[in-house]
Write a protein that binds this ligand. Structure first.
Ligand code: GDP
Length: 368
């Protein structure tokens, strides 16, 4: 009899000691193992619990979608399809900026304001540094301590040791689970290095870029492409002696943004200032976000962007799955190094080699 697929509830990547997995309390891993659920029935129960707002179930669900086990993929696909919500009433906001600009502090401050308004807030992170170096800029420090213990907030760090592309997929799926659990605001935090912004932009409704008072983006190490992606620029740390510098930065960025091509959304990119430590300007930023979203709803851009993202993820999944199928094919595994040698010894062009290997792959598929 084939072995029934199973997932162990604490699972890989699940740290029961993390209060971010369960605000206000700790999990008892052995109790969870005793209650471990198996197979599709368990997934249905898990989906129901997630939809009822059970935060532990949400963590279990995200751990399942992060799992690399082949046997877990059908389960996580089922979980996602059970949690898909046609109404999609949440807002998804990307928050980016160089390390040290104040992303965590900003999210903590904005998050406090939102949970006090009875909003349910989920914070997810995409950290390219964790997949490149094994270390993590976003995950290493103690972050958002007050917010993480609030019952209306759910904070999930980037899964450690995963490739950026993989993290992108998990995050995209984690958004679906968080929305099913009733979170109305989803913040996706990322480090401003370029590659991860493109990924975040493909899953959010608005992209907010945090900058420092004073220096221009060339001096802040922000790539022009990242500034172009932003729907809203926020000069953080506008407090104490930096207030003048912050206002100067606001003026110079506002001027510079006029030189950028108009955005597809039809909205002008505005520049705001705030102090995350003093919580000044934060509510105004949120009001600006809501205003932008309202405009994008009424001019149709909101739906257009979400639809484009759905099709992007459809294509991306086909591309990745085909690539995996190709790379995992035994014959291809055997022949690929021959083709590489032929290319490097100038016997074959990369194009001809690719063509012949693809033909070989199609033959293999036909045989099976
Ligand atoms: P991240 O790496 O972008 O997440 O930055 P953090 O939120 O960890 O903040 C980096 C440092 O900047 C910390 O020491 C914060 O206390 C400080 N910081 C963050 N926001 C502000 C702010 O609005 N004003 C001031 N003065 N310091 C801030």
């Amino acid at each position: 009899m084939p072995k029934k697929p199973s997932f162990d509830i604490p699972g890989e990547g699940f740290d029961p000691a993390k209060t971010s997995d369960l605000p206000g309390g700790r999990l008892n891993p052995s109790a969870f193992r005793r209650n471990a659920l198996n197979g599709m029935d368990a997934v249905r129960v898990l989906a129901q619990k997630i939809k009822s707002g059970d935060i532990v179930a949400l963590s279990k669900g995200i751990t399942l979608i992060e799992s690399n086990k082949d046997t877990d993929r059908p389960l996580s696909r089922e979980l996602i399809s059970l949690c898909l919500n046609e109404k999609e009433t949440s807002v998804r906001i990307g928050i980016s900026g160089s390390p040290g600009v104040g992303k965590s502090t900003f999210i903590e401050s904005l998050g406090q304001a939102l949970v006090e308004q009875n909003k349910k807030l989920a914070v997810l992170a995409i950290d390219p540094t964790s997949s490149l170096t094994g270390g993590s800029i976003l995950g290493d420090k103690t972050r958002m301590i007050n917010l993480s213990t609030h019952p209306n907030a759910y904070i999930r760090p980037t899964p450690a040791g995963k490739m950026l592309g993989g993290v992108a997929r998990y995050t995209r799926e984690a958004i679906i689970l968080c929305e099913a659990a009733g979170y109305d605001v989803i913040l996706i935090e990322t480090v401003g290095v370029g590659q991860s912004e493109t990924i975040v932009e493909s899953m959010v409704d608005l992209f907010v870029l945090l900058i420092l008072p004073g220096a221009g983006d060339d001096l802040q190490g922000i790539k022009r492409g990242v500034v172009e992606m932003a729907d809203l620029l926020v000069v953080n740390k506008a407090d104490g002696e930096r207030i003048n510098l912050a206002n100067q930065a606001k003026a110079s960025y506002t001027h510079a943004l006029h030189l950028f091509p108009p955005k597809e959304s039809g909205s002008l990119v505005e520049v705001c200032t705030c102090s995350s430590v003093e919580s000044t300007g934060i509510i105004e930023i949120w009001q600006r976000v809501l205003k932008l979203l309202e405009t994008h709803h009424s001019n149709g851009y909101f739906t257009k962007r979400r639809n484009a993202q759905l099709l992007h993820w459809f294509e991306e999944t086909i591309r990745n799955n085909l690539f995996d199928l190709f790379n995992n094919n035994q014959v291809i595994k055997e022949e690929i190094s021959m083709q590489e040698n032929a290319i490097l010894s100038h016997k074959l062009s990369p194009f001809d080699a690719a063509e012949s290997l693809l033909k070989r792959f199609i033959e293999e598929l036909r045989k099976n």
